[in-house]
Design a protein around this ligand. Structure first.
Ligand SMILES: O=C(O)CCC(=O)C(=O)O
Ligand SMILES: [Fe+2]
Length: 237
């Protein structure tokens, strides 16, 4: 059975739009007890894998996850207010105890004559699955690009001591299109390896349209969508 990948992911193992991404990563996902979500959740079940060395990685990362989870919840409270609802609109059964994922990603040095296109991408263009994503990137390497509404790629220059926040697909559905997902890609054309810590804050398991008026998007059951995405990203391997 194909399992959403926990632990080390080798170069080319992650796949975006049927292309292998030239990066390696360590993935940590919400631990899920066997049977918690029935058959649908089987591919997500399990605990994270920790190496013997460095021996404090588990403690350090679990602490980091708890801090960024808290920060993401605060951002979601701000978004709930901005949408005209109560600050806790996304909490409790909606995204109070979210599904989360943390990826520590390492992008190799590229040869200098590579063009900046999706084909040379180390992470092909995509949107993230969930609500918000917090990217903590190397301060001195510009590799992440976001696409504006005219389709132009803009470099998301790192700003020291800050996170870059991407909007995910589910927030588009929840806000009925008021928040649009950020199309982004990574191309490291610097002469240094580039590292990022990427935290995904996602719904618990269901989806409701939050705005009034006519719903622009079909109803989505988040778990089903996540499992479908997992098959498309790792299913060929
Ligand atoms: O490394 C980055 O800056 C972004 C990675 C990313 O987009 C992802 O893992 O979904
Ligand atoms: Fe992403």
């Amino acid at each position: 059975m194909i399992v959403l990948s926990r632990g080390y992911q080798k170069l080319g193992e992650n796949v975006t739009k049927e292309k292998r991404d030239m990066h390696e990563a360590v993935n940590c996902l919400t631990p899920i007890a066997p049977g918690k979500y029935g058959d649908l959740g089987k591919t997500l079940e399990g605990d994270n894998l920790w190496p013997e060395y460095p021996s404090n990685l588990k403690v350090v990362l679990e602490n980091y996850i708890s801090l960024v989870k808290d920060l993401s919840r605060k951002i979601m409270r701000g978004i709930a207010l901005a949408l005209g609802g109560p600050a806790d609109a996304f909490e409790r059964g909606i995204a109070g105890d979210p599904y989360w994922a943390l990826r520590l990603v390492s992008y190799p040095v590229s040869s200098s004559d590579e063009k900046r296109t999706d084909d040379t991408g180390m992470m092909g263009s995509h949107t993230d699955y969930g609500l918000v994503t917090l990217v903590n990137q190397d301060d001195d390497i510009c590799a992440l690009e976001v696409q504006n509404r005219s389709g132009v790629w803009i470099r998301a220059n790192p700003i020291p001591e800050t996170f870059l926040c991407n909007i995910g697909d589910m927030l588009q559905v929840w806000s009925n299109g008021i928040y649009q997902p950020t199309v982004h890609r990574v191309i490291n054309s610097s002469h240094q390896r580039r590292v990022s810590a990427v935290f995904f804050y996602e719904p618990v398991e269901l989806c409701v349209e939050k705005t009034g008026g006519v719903a622009k998007y079909d109803k989505v059951v988040y778990g089903e969508r996540l499992v479908r995405k997992a098959f498309c990203c790792f299913g060929h391997l």
